[in-house]
Design a protein around this ligand. Sequence first.
Ligand SMILES: [Zn+2]
Length: 725
Amino acid sequence: MKAQTQPWQGKFEPIDHMIKPPNTYRTASGAPGRDYWQQRANYKIKVILDESNNTISGEETITYYNNSPDDLSYLWIQLEQNVNKKGNEDFGSINNTIKNGMTSRQMQFLTRAIDFPAGYSIKYVKDADGNHIKTMINNTMMKVKLNTLLKSGESTRFSIAWSYPITDRSMYLLSREGYEYFPSDDNTIYLIAHWFPRMAVYNDTEGWQNQQFQKLGEFALEFGDYDVEITVPEDHIVAATGLLQNSESVLSKTQRKRLDDARKSFDKPVMIITQKEAEAHEKQKSKKQKTWKFSAKNVRDFAFASSRKFMWDAQAVKLPTNTVMAMSLYPKEGLPVWQEESTKAVRQALEVYSEATFDYPYPVAISVNTSNIGMEFPMISFNGGRPKNGKISDGAKQGMIGTIIHEVGHNWFPMIVSSDERKWMWMDEGLNTFLHQRTLAERYPGFNSVTPKSIVPFMSGDKNILRPIMTTSDNELMSQFGANFYLKPTVGLQMLRNSIIGKELFDEAFKEYANRWKYKHPNPADLFRTLEDATATDLDWFYRGWFFTTDHVDMELSQVKWFKVYEENSNIEDQNNSSKVKIDASGKNVQVQAKDFSSGPEMITMNTTPDAAYGQFLSRIDEPKLRKQLSGKNIYEITIKNVGGLVMPVTIEWAFTDGSKEIDIIPAEVWRRNEYEIQKTFIKEKKVKEVNLDPNFEYADTNMKNNSFPKVETPSQFDAFKNTK
Ligand SMILES: [Zn+2]
């Protein structure tokens, strides 16, 4: 073996010092600890949507439970709408360069040339006795300076009144909510989200999670119960987080009857509002108002959509422990594909995700059609994908269905397994994309879905731009976050499931993580530890490489040596006379690096083991038997170089001269002793024609050209030039 000339990097050393140490809140096995605690916030909200000037105004009462061991003198409230205020702009997450030939819309993103009075007006903050509470606002965060200390184990109640002008979604980049105007019938769809002042998270790892909202890093939120009254124009239809409490006063008798039918329809959706009815609503433009009342239990947020344009369909989905209403709302502009595919996609997501984690626990799962984005909230998601004049390309249709599955899937990550999105975007996006891709692969086998091959272009990118997955959300580039926070963790989990841990064991561990942390706030360490704890697999090497570095996988099959032993030529009888028995082999050129198998097997010498080599053992290897076992066999010694830096298991495919194939798998730990180059010897009955590394493309190897022996000759540029002549 060659001497190691490169330094040891400790790729298999534990990552204990790189992740949060365990404590009584979070155990070393990755589960919530005996002292785990979590705050809680219940909300009672009344809100009015004023269509004439696109304004929201509301009043809310928050009951905040301090389950922490700490006394709190102030609280932090999130005011995300302030991100669009002039001067509070999103901290440069938008690339601030001028390019030749920019569109006016790009120019608006960049300069906010069309001024808009975005952001909250806070009318009052007062305690349960009606006394004014002092506040201080820092951009998207408001400090509420409590009149009396909130002791550990106690709760406090306070009220906030606010209003803000709803933003035109087409004017801002990364605009997850706001309104969309339809000039043809002079109507609007309102997607109302991060609309009310919400409690920031206070927990054992962050204290107050009061990092500013900069758009890329999404939300960290506490669980609670919600009672929300939404007042909208009389002819609007409202879809929201939670169960509708007053259907008799907001829905017609016909609509209620159809909803009852939908509750019993398990095979296909029932239309609650048809196209004709929605088109009639579009023309009404009522000036009267109606109040919709919703109640939601144990959710971390509340969002709603309101419009007179909505068509509405619904069907029941039966899960082992829950029956859910899957529903879709869309304008006629979404036809026909939304009516055909949306609720069906909601159903696929509910079934596959429930199977992979835990049953969807809420009563409704709603998909609302919108333009451009896909955005998730508890029980409701806003999903892009809209045909043009009733036509949609195959690719766009796949994208739309994928978006619906993805956003409905977010109900699990992060709406229930409630990780901190502002800090670790990959924790919800990565895990959710992993299950969303699994849903596509299982339920839509004809569609394109992500495999390790999908990440190769990203992994082979410029290392000066690449950041590790373990990068906080807002520190990633706009051009890179999709690949780094969605795709790379997805492919990592696929590798763990399909190749490193194995499906059965991995699926159980993934389920364990989801169940340990449902309705709680997990950290990356809790996921890392649980996957090891539930599988008896040391994965620190995998986490270290895949999550903490920007190394890539590139293995090179640098050499295959072929040896053969002929028993009939070996002088076994003579072994008493000589301790060295030469075994004849038909090859030559032992020292030459072969490029293929054409020069035949090489000669090897196998010596009889001298007595001294047995040490204290008195028994002896049966030499004739050993030689007989090697007789006629092909012995192959392979050399593999780790070019990319990431250690991975090695899958070797042997293609034999008779046309058959065989696979050998060496676990990643083979790289423990030498992280740069390994050698391994195999005995094969048959003659090998070709050896290939990673034949099924399991490990996102960025260069497949160096994975084969005989080496694939790539013609030199001169030869290529000559051949074109
Ligand atoms: Zn997502």
